[in-house]
Each structure stands twice: as structure tokens, then as C-alpha cells.
Design a protein around this ligand. Structure first.
Ligand code: GAR
Length: 210
């Protein structure tokens, strides 16, 4: 008898407003996400995401990278917290700190980026800056990318992408809004594919199994 997808223990890493966190928590509650958020880590004490986490009753900690003697010490503490909470899958959700991926966490840390990677991503490409660059380039489609994280910002094997049209009249805010609607679908979909063991990593690419 098939056991069906397992319910993952999810750790969500935030720096900003926490809409992505809120979406995960809502979908976990209504049962459409094969996982539950068991830990929230913020890279900033001021992140609005921490208020959301408190309201949602989720255990949350602020770990500002600047309060550690080195990036390695910061990363070690992040992994220590994830492992203490027995997290299966870590989800970067607007996390602005660089997190070097420990060997044992390769293929277990996902990121979402609000553009079609490898375009319009990397250090400094966050928030409206991404959509301003998309608008300035005059591209006719944008979208979002969910990928396994590696040691570079917005880089690593792509799991899935969703596209949106970009119109001449669009402001960066218009594009951001349209893209975020797709992010709310794409990220949970990637988590559910992982829970169903349908993501196979080979040679730096992800095969989505039927
Ligand atoms: C999301 O749009 C996410 O794609 C983006 O940050 C936003 C977080 O919003 N991530 C990046 O730009 C990664 N380079 P939120 O804090 O409201 O969830």
C-alpha cells in the first residue's frame, strides 16, 4: 500500500515582510501543503515576518549574521537550530543573508526568486529592484523560479518556473504583484513535489518525476 507524500517539517528563513511564510502557514493549515512550519529564522530583528510568525504561533528566532564572528559561525548556528527542530526541508523566503550550504543540507534547501533565473538574480536583486530591472530591460515575460540553493545568491538546480506577461505600461509594482501571485502557487507546488519524492537531482539539474 502506498503511504502517500510525507508531511515535512519545514524551516522558513525570512528577512522581510513574510508573505511567503504566511502563505505556507495558511496552506499547511488547510491541508494542501504536505508539511508544517516548525521553525522560522529571521536574519533581522526588525523583520515584519517575525510579527507574523508570533501571530501564527510559530516558533521564531532572529539570527542577525552581523552578530556572529564569521559567516561560517552564522551558518553553523542556522543549521544547529534547523537540526534541533528536526527540519526536513529549509525554505528561503526572501532571506537576504548568504547561507553557505552545508554538505548534509545539499538538496534540502530551496529558494524562490521573483524572476526567471538565470536572469535578473544574484546579490542585490531583491524586492522591487528585480522588477525595475525587468521593466528596464523591456522583456515581455517574467515570472518566478524555485530552485535548490547552492553557495551563490539565487543559484542552483531549478525545480520549477512560472511565467507572467510584462506589459509596456507596467510599473515595477504591477510586475511584482503579478509575479507574487505565481510565487504563491509555485513554492508550495515545489514543496509538495519534494514531499512526494518526485524531485531527482542529477548533474546539477532537477528531473521532475511523473
Ligand atoms: C519574495 O518575492 C521572494 O521571491 C523574494 O523576496 C520576496 C519575499 O517576500 N526573494 C528574493 O528576491 C530572493 N533573491 P516576503 O518577505 O513578503 O515573503
Amino acid at each position: 500500500m502506498s503511504r502517500g507524500p510525507r508531511r515535512l517539517r519545514l524551516g522558513v528563513l525570512v528577512s522581510g515582510t513574510g508573505r511567503t511564510l504566511e502563505n505556507f502557514a495558511a496552506l499547511a493549515r488547510d491541508g494542501s501543503l504536505h508539511g508544517e512550519v516548525v521553525l522560522v529564522i529571521s536574519s533581522s530583528k526588525q523583520a515584519y515576518a517575525l510579527e507574523r510568525a508570533a501571530r501564527l504561533g510559530l516558533p521564531a528566532f532572529a539570527l542577525p549574521p552581523g552578530s556572529f564572528p564569521s559567516e561560517a559561525a552564522f551558518a553553523a548556528e542556522v543549521y544547529r537550530r534547523l537540526e534541533a527542530a528536526r527540519v526536513d526541508l529549509a525554505l528561503l523566503a526572501g532571506f537576504l543573508a548568504r547561507l553557505p550550504i552545508a554538505e548534509r543540507w545539499r538538496g534540502r534547501v530551496m529558494n524562490i526568486h521573483p524572476a526567471l533565473l538565470p536572469g535578473f538574480g544574484g546579490k542585490g536583486f531583491f524586492g522591487l529592484r528585480v522588477h525595475e530591472a525587468v521593466r528596464a530591460a523591456g522583456v515581455k515575460v517574467s515570472g518566478c523560479t524555485v530552485h535548490f540553493a547552492d553557495d551563490e545568491y539565487d543559484h542552483g538546480p531549478i525545480i520549477l518556473q512560472r511565467t507572467v506577461p510584462v506589459f509596456f505600461e507596467d510599473s515595477a509594482e504591477d510586475i511584482a504583484h503579478r509575479v507574487f501571485e505565481q510565487e504563491e502557487v509555485a513554492y508550495p507546488e515545489a514543496v509538495n513535489l519534494y514531499a512526494a519524492e518526485r524531485l531527482r537531482l542529477s548533474d546539477g539539474r532537477v528531473q521532475v518525476l511523473p
